[in-house]
Design a binder for this molecule. Sequence first.
Ligand SMILES: [Zn+2]
Length: 287
Amino acid sequence: MIGIIGGSGLYRMEALRVLREERLTTPFGEPSDAYILGELEGREVVFLSRHGQGHTILPTEINFRANLWGLKTLGCDRVVSVSAVGSMKDHLRPTDVVLPDQFVDRTRHRPDTFFGRGIAAHVSLAHPVCPELQAAAYRACASAGARVHRGGTYLCMEGPQFSTRAESFLYRSWGVDVIGMTNLQEARLSREAEMCYATLAMVTDYDCWHEEEENVTTAAILEVIAANARLSQEILRETVKALPREHACACATALDAAVVTRLDRVPPETLEALVPILKEYRRRQGL
Ligand SMILES: [Zn+2]
């Protein structure tokens, strides 16, 4: 099963043959919206709108843990996310697609781990994006006729305000490629849940560093977002088509070298909350 998280502008997928909708309550609270289960290009997928139908949820308010817990519980082993980003480099132009493979964290107010409350685990995030899933997304961008850039660093800011100029210049001096408000927590939680993760960063604007371009405003980017939403749906179709059914990556065993705590020391209520997250790990470890 392939999970798809739609961002700004992508609240539902026209090409999806909807089979059913599911509303979940999770040990971490309510997800952003109902999960839409269906079929895309002959593959089973689950779609979730990150900001909810009608875009009512700010990045800071997104319950990332509930969203990813739900996708895992519904049987997803891969997650492709789509989001609107600002470009931090001249050659990354509005309507281009960037496939980031690294992140820098500038968020401040977000729970972003399934662990704690009696269980410690430290997954590796050296390579936060699944290479296999990204390769499929890259091929899909070419098939969909998108101008695509493979690799890059995504700076995840808190928002909801856009950057100040001083911040924008600082981030450029760090060499980051795009700036957004949502993807890093998804990458972290997907890794903890042993799901492959890749993201389509759809460029909408030049943040506020560019001397010749206007500073980003919500009104200006909404038009680009609408065009990007159409393109991203085409890319998602092609990605799903291009994905091999078997995994050749290591994402699905991320917890093997990560869990520190002996499970017989973990409080039962914590284990209960983590049933879908730890299920495969426990089976592999014979616990
Ligand atoms: Zn993977």
